[in-house]
Design a binder for this molecule. Structure first.
Ligand code: ZN
Length: 292
């Protein structure tokens, strides 16, 4: 059991020792071996700072006296180890699409709310009884690393290893994208304002709250795209004009520093990740033709 107090007594010398002082003394030093609780005198061991703050702990099978005010009941305290490590996870196409689709739903809902449209009521399943937050002897301490989503490049852990763990991607719209979002894999979305087809790349103009941001599909991505992709995008551009309401674009993209200082370039790595109103570009266009 560890306790949160800052001073112990050295039983050899009778002097007080502070946590700060003791933390400077290397592990195994005999000055760490004769520590006592300043109130009840039970023997203590010292835990150096590391993941957690430095602290005193009672030795095995020893407790503070029943009436010692430094006795801390840890049975109910949550023991949590925060590991600072980071692991790269390469998002699969399925993972990217599910993120993009979820972001589309969120943006769509937000736009409805802004326009005063009542959100559709969902039938919620009955909530299960919440699990007790109390921790007991059975509490397992799990150390977890921060998962960094990537589209390309090496990953340190595979999808199987992270099953059941969420790989968070920041969700951004043009109006919420900031300078520090550079060099990340983010879930990007907004209103599709325009499509600009150039000889070896395509720009998508995305807006939110009157802020516009261009997203590039560069030559590398176009080379890997289906043969009719550029044609599809040209069709999409021409159809945009006749639509009453522009569709919502969403896609997991990469942000890289732009040649223009302090700005970010948004890049689409894989055109199959692009969702227009939650659908693949070809499916979206086919639907439009159906409704003609
Ligand atoms: Zn004590």
């Amino acid at each position: 059991m560890s306790t949160k107090f800052s001073v112990a007594i050295d039983s050899e010398t009778g002097n007080e020792r502070t946590v700060k002082e003791l933390d400077m003394i290397p592990n195994g030093d005999k000055r760490l071996k004769h520590l006592q609780c300043p109130i009840c005198g039970c023997s203590l061991s010292f835990r150096h700072s590391g993941v957690n703050q430095a602290c005193f702990a009672t030795k095995k099978n020893i407790e503070h006296a029943e009436n010692c005010e430094l006795r801390v009941q840890y049975e109910n305290a949550k023991r949590q180890i925060r590991q600072t490590g980071e692991e790269d996870v390469r998002l699969t196409n399925k993972m990217r699409l599910s993120r993009a689709y979820y972001w589309y739903l969120q943006i769509s809902r937000q736009l409805d709310l802004d326009a005063g449209v009542e959100p559709k009521k969902r039938i919620r399943s009955k909530k299960s009884t919440p699990k007790s937050r109390h921790k007991d002897d059975k509490t397992v301490v799990v150390s977890t690393a921060k998962l960094i989503p990537k589209i390309t490049g090496e990953s340190t852990i595979s999808e199987e290893q992270i099953q059941g763990r969420r790989v968070p991607t920041a969700r951004k719209q043009p109006s919420t994208l900031i300078e520090s979002d550079v060099n990340q894999t983010i879930n990007f979305g907004g209103i599709l304002e325009d499509v600009i087809v150039e000889s070896n790349h395509i720009w998508l103009v995305i807006s939110s709250a009157d802020v516009k941001k261009r997203v590039i599909i560069n030559e590398a991505a176009l080379n890997l795209a289906p043969v009719n992709f550029t044609e599809l995008m040209a069709t999409l551009k021409s159809r945009l004009k006749s639509l009453g309401k522009n569709p919502i674009f969403s896609c997991v993209i990469e942000t890289i520093p732009s040649s223009k200082e302090g700005s970010i370039q948004c890049m689409i790595r894989d055109v199959s990740d692009i969702l227009i109103n939650g659908k693949a570009v070809s499916v979206y266009l086919a639907k439009l033709n159906q409704n003609k």
